[in-house]
Design a protein. Structure first.
Lengths: 511, 125
């Protein structure tokens, strides 16, 4: 039968392939690359072939469906029906899931295939104008495996959740208010789950396989894990997963020496791999450090010179040699059936991290190698100015990049706009538990940000607060629901509410 | 007898896995993804059978088939198309391209090696 190493390599490279397919899909959805379907088709086709040979019939079957779906998309890449988008996203998620875990619980493959067939049938028979009418319900979107929900889908879900919250604010009957409140909290919680992945469980998965790998290689290792409560986006978690897999493997396969060699070098027979997590502002450093023999520069130099990858004049430069480790397919191992696969996989690590705005760097000496992976963490907090709407019923906020000032003229400025009217929100009385304002006198709040200026009517003076983002809508969306001291607050983006934002005219331009 | 097979496929994963399964089933196998190495191997090693993938970046399996047929040294080596397309579709493509047989990857690795064994017995002199 097919040996475990080959299956493992199939699994890993296929996961990377799924990542590329998803990236192409996101570019397609963003409208930045309508031709991405051809790229996707090639990747899916290779994946399907590999899965067939590997005997992974479920993956193969899903790839077949995904191919059909992409072909349907390819007919009209600029007019993708919502249902089609949902099943494509789900198909990619399912494939990823089946590649990650041996027994994927909770996937109703047959049911999904039927759903795909239904969507394909409808896509092909409906006239184009009608394709957008049938919407997949929010519940269905929320039910899809959410750990890999695409960014575009997540943002749409956030916008929908925001709309539900606004409906709740303006609803009048107690029953409908209660129902809408329930719908909002469900969506908010669902989103919370999809927006953040914890880092710690990722590591635990790799420890067991690292120990097994060491055992197969006849090496003794000890793994130290240092934890920190760090949350990252699921797509970032995926890149970290790929990085950990390759880096830990490399540390054990190439770094840590055999017990006898270690004893000869005066080291403890048991090698040590340490994983440290250092959260920083907006990012986190994950360092995987081994106490092995370090990177073999002589071997890299030999291969690099033999393959003309480096100018002989620079062959002594270790920094230049280290760069080669990131070159696609570069390996100092002669055989492709080595446990860590073809290359050391650092090209895969680098590109997976680059896709999510991360980076990798290596420090090596004869006493060991430290690979540091840096990825962005989830930004959940936002500095904002909070104030109450003129009716004092709704808590509002704007990002602190706006500079507020207060106009204390006895009568409110005629240019000032009621922010709730501007976003067309008619709020029924006493919706929230906000305390009545200290004064009833309406203020005019002037907000400035660069060339933009907005004049809002407000019931209270703005105070600088830290808002927590619980339902991130895209930056070009006018409204987002945040919490301030646990209180739901509407974050306005005045620049995207036409009635609010005015450009500042001559004074600013002339500056 | 031990049949000599040359496999060409643009996916290194598929190649390695197929080569392993076929070697285990008693074939002598050379597997490659580069067209140049493929041509050299076919000329030097004289395989009993060529197994080619259908979709490859340099040349499609069907084109490769036509090309091999036109070369004097290779015209007589039987060619089998191997792809993840369903059997019915493959049969049609094989007939169009003038291949001597086809085998679908869809049935999985074991079926693949059994089918190739059967094909060899049928078509190799």
């Amino acid at each position: 039968m097919i040996p475990a190493e080959l299956l493992e390599r199939f699994r890993l490279s296929s996961l990377e392939r799924v990542g590329r397919i998803e990236a192409a899909w996101n570019r397609l959805l963003a409208g930045s690359e309508p031709g991405a379907t051809q790229h996707m088709l090639r990747e899916v086709h290779t994946l399907k072939g590999d899965a067939s040979v590997a005997g992974a019939t479920d993956v193969q079957q899903l790839c077949q469906k995904l191919e059909d779906l992409i072909e349907a998309v390819d007919e009209r890449p600029l007019d993708i029906a919502d249902d089609l988008e949902v099943v494509v996203t789900m198909a990619m998620q399912f494939i990823g899931m089946l590649l990650r875990v041996r027994q994927a619980a909770g996937i109703d493959l047959e049911g999904f295939v039927r759903q795909v067939d239904d969507v394909l049938r409808e896509t092909r028979t409906l006239p184009i104008a009608q394709r957008r009418i049938k919407h997949t319900s929010l519940r269905e979107i929320a039910d899809t495996p959410s750990d890999r929900l695409g960014d575009a889908t997540r943002q749409r879900l956030a916008i929908a959740a925001t709309t539900v919250f606004l409906e709740y604010l303006s609803a009048r009957g107690t029953t409908s208010r209660g129902r809408l409140r329930g719908a909002w909290t469900t969506l908010r919680d669902e989103l919370g789950r999809t927006q953040a992945a914890e880092l710690a469980p990722l590591f635990e998965r790799h420890v067991a396989s690292a120990i097994e790998l060491a055992r197969r290689l006849g090496k003794q290792i000890e793994i130290d894990l240092a934890f920190a409560d760090v949350r990252i986006e699921p797509r970032v978690a995926e890149a970290v997963d790929i990085a950990l897999l390759h880096v830990i493997r490399n540390a054990i396969d190439h770094g840590i020496e055999l017990p006898a060699d270690r004893a000869r070098a005066g080291k403890a027979e048991q090698g040590r791999v340490r994983v440290r997590i250092a959260p920083r502002d907006g990012s986190v450093d994950i360092t995987i450090e081994d106490d092995g023999g370090g990177i073999d520069f002589a071997a890299i130099r030999r291969i690099a010179l033999a393959n003309q990858l480096i100018d002989p004049a620079r062959a002594a430069d270790e920094a230049a040699l280290l760069e080669l480790v990131y070159a696609p397919g570069f390996s100092t191992k002669p055989s492709v059936t080595e446990l860590s696969g073809r290359g050391v996989g650092m090209d895969a690590v680098k590109s997976a991290l680059a896709r999510v705005g991360g980076a990798v760097r290596i420090a090596t000496s004869p006493r060991g190698t430290a690979v540091t992976v840096t990825v962005p963490t989830l930004v959940r907090h936002l500095a904002a100015y909070q104030f109450l709407a003129p009716s004092a019923t709704v808590s509002l906020a704007v990002s602190a990049r706006w500079t507020p000032s207060i106009d204390r003229a006895p009568s409110p400025s005629p240019h000032a706009v009621d922010p709730l009217a501007a976003i067309q929100l008619a709020v029924a009385q006493r919706q929230t538990s906000i305390e009545p304002p200290p004064t009833n006198r309406a203020l005019t709040l002037r907000l400035r940000w660069g060339f933009l200026e907005a004049h809002l009517r407000a019931a209270t003076e703005p105070r600088l607060v830290t808002a927590e983002r619980i339902c991130s809508t895209p930056d070009d969306h006018a409204i987002e629901v945040v919490t301030v001291d646990g209180q739901e607050t509407l974050l306005l983006r005045p620049e995207h509410v036409a009635e609010l934002a005015v450009t500042r005219g001559r004074t600013a331009v002339g500056r | 007898m031990k049949y000599r097979l040359v496999l060409i496929d643009d996916s290194q994963n598929a190649l390695d896995m197929m080569a392993h399964v076929l070697a285990e089933a008693g074939f002598e196998v050379r597997a490659m993804s580069s067209l140049r190495r493929f041509v050299n191997t076919v000329l030097d090693w004289k395989p009993h059978l060529i197994v080619t993938d259908l979709h490859m970046p340099d040349m499609s399996g069907a084109e490769l088939c036509t090309w091999l047929r036109q070369q004097m040294q290779t015209a007589r080596i039987p060619i089998v198309l191997c792809s993840s397309a369903p059997e019915a579709e493959l049969a049609k493509l094989a007939a169009q391209a003038g291949a001597d047989g086809f085998v679908s990857k869809q049935a999985g690795p074991v079926a693949l090696s059994l089918r190739l064994q059967q094909l060899c017995e049928e078509i190799v002199w």
